[in-house]
Design a protein around this ligand. Structure first.
Ligand code: HEM
Length: 331
């Protein structure tokens, strides 16, 4: 009796819940359990292939982490970065930030084909990128987080979006912050996510200007440690050697930790876009100092900011598609 009264009460209460205009929004939510029913081993499969690739080449962790970023900043996290050129599609792989630089596509291919075998036409390439970014972080010693899932894959790419939305290493602090804000990310996300540069490499061409002519006066960037700069110049000459590789974090180059921030405090950040977090804005400088002092705080914020980045305008519901091959739209 009491039970049925409770039930009636609940029903009448529900009747007064204002009609929800959030139908679209509900359809739009990503959640970590998305594949629990349809492909329960999806996360395990992604993890094992990423682990194998990183064991073979530690840098692959960095490359996969960066791919998710370069995906999300262009049309949202929709795997547009993975499309090859064909028909009307001009691949984002040809853009300035990606050309001769973005890598890891073969690992994504391997994951996709394993998942197509396990549960055909189910797991999106965009979700693979988000999972691979998390797994890469964990495998190199960084924090873990539950990855919200349910993204679908784009039907197109945007080379102009790739050129314009992804910050360049010689952009000003304001330009970089604006590019983050346009994607719904703030200064805290900017400083925390830049901590990704605790792993991985950069080519000489991405920071040469700092070594020779930072402000057009023919001098090296004075915010760069002069001994470190001299060492960098030996393999990054005034001309030539564009593709020569340098570690982004010279202390612990393949470990995900807060040495990136400690290096910035020692004027030994590699990219101009790294060092200006300390030198051009008080709020970001304070965050750099906090993360340099407190690794746990960095890890906690990094995980939060990665989830936030992974939520940039995903395709959900019936929008987009689940690609069979991450390099091309379905026939
Ligand atoms: C804040 C603005 C950022 C700028 C200007 C920037 C710029 C760059 C540049 C120039 C490189 C070297 C590319 C090359 O020379 O081939 C690089 C590498 C890298 N970036 Fe960023 N980045 C930024 C933010 C981020 C974010 C938000 C992430 C991840 C969430 C990220 C992850 C990485 C990783 C892991 C690498 C190393 C990749 C590898 O070794 O293959 N970056 N970035």
């Amino acid at each position: 009796m009491v039970k049925s009264i409770n039930f009636l009460l609940l029903l009448s209460l529900l009747a007064f819940v204002p009609s929800c205009h959030c139908k679209k929004k509900i359809g739009g939510y990503l959640y970590p359990q998305f594949y629990d029913g349809s492909c329960p081993r999806a996360q395990e499969i992604v993890q094992s292939i990423v682990a194998k690739a990183v064991a073979k080449e530690p840098r692959m962790a960095a490359s996969l982490l960066r791919l998710h970023f370069h995906d999300c900043f262009v049309k949202g996290c929709d795997a547009s970065v993975l499309l090859d050129s064909s028909g009307t599609i001009i691949s984002e792989k040809r853009s300035n930030p990606n050309r001769d630089s973005a890598r890891g596509f073969e690992v994504i291919d391997e994951i996709k084909s394993a998942l197509e075998k396990e549960c055909p036409h189910t797991v999106s390439c965009a979700d693979i990128l988000a999972l691979a970014a998390r797994d890469s972080t964990v495998l190199t010693g960084g924090p873990s987080w539950g990855v919200p899932l349910g993204r679908r894959d784009s039907l197109g790419a945007s080379i102009s979006g790739s050129n314009n939305n992804i910050p360049a290493p010689n952009n000003t602090f304001q330009t970089i912050l604006t590019k983050f804000k346009l994607k719904g990310l703030d200064i805290v996300d900017l400083v925390a996510l830049s901590g990704s540069h605790t792993i991985g490499n950069s080519r000489c061409t991405s920071f040469r200007q700092r070594l020779y002519n930072q402000t057009g006066n023919g001098k090296a960037d004075f915010t760069l440690d002069q001994v470190y700069a001299a060492e960098l110049r030996t393999r990054c000459p005034r001309s030539g050697g564009d593709q020569n590789l340098f570690v982004l974090d010279f202390v612990t180059p393949i470990k995900f930790d807060n040495f990136y921030y400690k290096n910035l405090l020692a004027n030994k950040g590699l990219l101009s876009s790294d060092e200006i977090l300390l030198t051009k804005n008080q709020v970001s400088a304070d965050l750099v100092k906090q993360y340099a002092e407190n690794n746990d705080l960095f890890f906690e914020q990094f995980a939060k900011s990665m989830v936030k980045m992974g939520n940039i305008t995903p395709l959900t519901g019936s929008r987009g598609e689940i690609r069979k091959n991450c390099r091309g739209i379905n026939k």
